[in-house]
Ligand binder design. Structure first.
Ligand code: DPN
Ligand code: ZN
Ligand code: CA
Length: 433
């Protein structure tokens, strides 16, 4: 991407919410989330550190420290009343496991899933990456049990193996889910690194990745908003375990306190910590120990996980309707208008008031682009209007109120490139009814 003067910065028009309460805008969910005890999260981290220390200093896939980590988390969940199972897979010639834990109750057809990876790299004990997400999530799950939370949705938790080898465990889980089970998962929340020593407060950007969810993003922001702590959106893309869920059409979101990237002066100003230094200097190193954790960040993120789960789980989310997609590449020449069609059939009546439009446009300057969804009768719904400046690409899920449109017929994604020099391609787009 090149830099040049920002022409115009317009807010993305994303329309209404898909479902559920906007934690920032609507009254709190019926049952507020309980505080997650930081000391308990730290106790889990100490256990994972002890496991690494007594197993050659790591908890990596294929090493005894990984299996011991799984055993620790599973025993805690079993004692609390969870139904747990291990899913075995092979990667790089070694056996790995995912740990899946179901909290009995809730609508079995409407599942809220949360997860994080439990494996470390071989170089170190992986306490921030990702003992932190694993431990925060474990303590939230144990708090669900302790308070006997009985939400409308069914709660499921996953601890993934072999993430560090390329998202192997989570991909195995999603790929082996029958299609009927996949559509029951209404959302997936991912927690990979939530206690970075020089922390940032990042929430996965719903417009930064395919199947990002504005509902999940807002639910994860809610606790920080309540504390008056600014968050930033981050496009995690394919760097963690939500990616397989997103690819399967499941709405995703997550939290992150930063890895190898350097904290800017502006970020240090609003979050404290040290500018010019990585969020986690010990990322993927032997020094990623219990000394490599910022307790305040761990505390805030653990509470934010609980806040999101409590609000998202206690509302019903209707099942997704049919999804239509056009994956044919359409080049976007400079200073031109192009269209990509999707023919919708078999959907009775009108489109929903929250029609989810998945957009995947590769372009070297998103500020050049005007993107509209054209209904079969020719009505245009704008989803992107030259926002983003020199940032690459327009990738995300946009929600439009299409309730006055007949669903069946030919819809189009119309993309206009309105400035010279940069070009791109419509990679794919979709309509989720
Ligand atoms: N996927 C993480 C790791 O395990 O190395 C790092 C990471 C997490 C990077 C989240 C970006 C966002
Ligand atoms: Zn990680
Ligand atoms: Ca251009």
């Amino acid at each position: 991407m090149r830099t040049r003067t920002l022409l115009a910065t317009l807010t993305l028009i994303t329309g209404g919410l898909l479902t559920g309460p906007a934690a920032t805008a609507l009254p709190a969910a019926p049952l507020a989330a309980p505080d997650i005890a930081l000391a308990n999260v730290q106790a889990h981290l100490n256990q994972l550190q002890t496991i690494a220390t007594s197993n050659s200093g790591n908890r990596a896939h294929g090493r005894p420290g990984y299996r011991a980590s799984i055993d620790y988390v599973q025993a805690q969940l079993n004692a609390a009343g969870y139904t747990t199972s291990l899913q075995q897979f092979t990667s790089s010639g070694a056996t790995g496991w995912n740990l899946i834990a179901d909290w009995p109750g809730g609508d079995p057809d409407s599942v809220l899933m949360s997860g994080g990876h439990l494996d470390s790299v071989t170089a170190g004990p992986g306490i921030n990456d990702n003992g932190s997400g694993s431990s925060g999530l474990l303590e939230v799950a144990l708090t669900v049990a302790r308070t006997n939370f009985q939400p409308k949705k069914h709660l499921r938790f996953g601890w993934w193996g072999a993430e560090e080898l390329g998202l192997v465990g989570s991909t195995y889980y999603v790929n082996n889910l029958p299609a009927a089970e996949r559509t029951k998962i209404r959302g997936y929340l991912n927690f990979d690194m939530i206690g970075s020593p020089n922390p940032g407060y990042f929430v996965y950007d719903s417009n930064g990745q395919p199947n990002g969810s504005i509902d999940l993003q807002r639910a994860l922001e809610a606790h920080f908003t309540a504390l008056g702590i600014p968050t930033e959106l981050t496009a995690v893309g394919g760097r963690s375990d939500h990616a397989a869920f997103a690819r399967a059409g499941i709405p995703t979101g997550g939290l992150f306190t930063g890895a190898e990237v350097t904290k800017t002066a502006a970020q240090a100003q609003k979050w404290g910590g040290t500018s010019g230094v990585a969020f986690d200097q010990c990322y993927h190193r032997a020094c990623d120990t219990t000394n490599n954790i910022n307790a305040t960040a761990l505390d805030r993120n653990s509470d934010a996980i609980a806040t999101a789960i409590w609000s998202l789980a206690d509302v019903t989310t209707p099942p997704p309707g049919p999804r239509f997609e056009n994956t044919t590449d359409v080049p976007i020449p400079d200073l031109s208008t192009v269209e990509s069609p999707i023919t919708v059939t078999g959907v009775p009546g009108n489109a929903p008031s929250a029609l989810a439009v998945g957009v995947d446009i590769k372009h070297t300057y998103s500020g050049d682009l005007i993107v509209d969804v054209i209904a079969p009768d020719g009505t245009a719904y704008n989803v992107h209007n030259r926002a983003g400046g020199s940032a690459d690409n327009v990738i995300g899920t946009f929600t439009i109120n299409a309730s006055s449109e007949v669903a069946n017929g030919t819809w189009k994604l119309r993309v206009r490139d309105a400035a010279s020099a940069d070009v791109g391609t419509i990679n794919a787009w979709s309509l989720q009814f």
